[in-house]
Unconditional design. Structure first.
Length: 91
């Protein structure tokens, strides 16, 4: 991962910024959004999900540029903003 990037747990008050990131990925990949704030909150409020343990964000200069979460024991969702791909962030 590039220098200057910071990996940390997301905060609940960043839900809108994370939703915007996922929507940007959707638009880039399929041409339209397929995700909204309620989708994120459903994941975060799932029994057994601990935000500080089961999700991470990557910041670049204070801006969230990636988000990943274990949505099931055997599956993780990973999103890297299209403008920040190719930097090793998602790997």
């Amino acid at each position: 991962m590039d220098d200057g990037l910071r990996l940390r747990a997301p905060a609940r008050e960043e839900a809108h910024a994370i939703t915007d990131l996922v929507v940007a990925c959707d638009v880039d990949e399929v041409g339209e959004p397929d995700f909204e704030l309620d989708d994120l909150l459903v994941d975060w409020n799932r029994p057994g999900f601990r935000l500080e343990h089961d999700a991470v964000v990557v910041e670049d200069g204070g801006t969230i540029v990636a988000y990943a979460a274990l949505v099931r024991r055997d599956h993780a969702d990973v999103y890297v903003h299209p403008e920040h791909r190719g930097r090793g962030i998602g790997s």
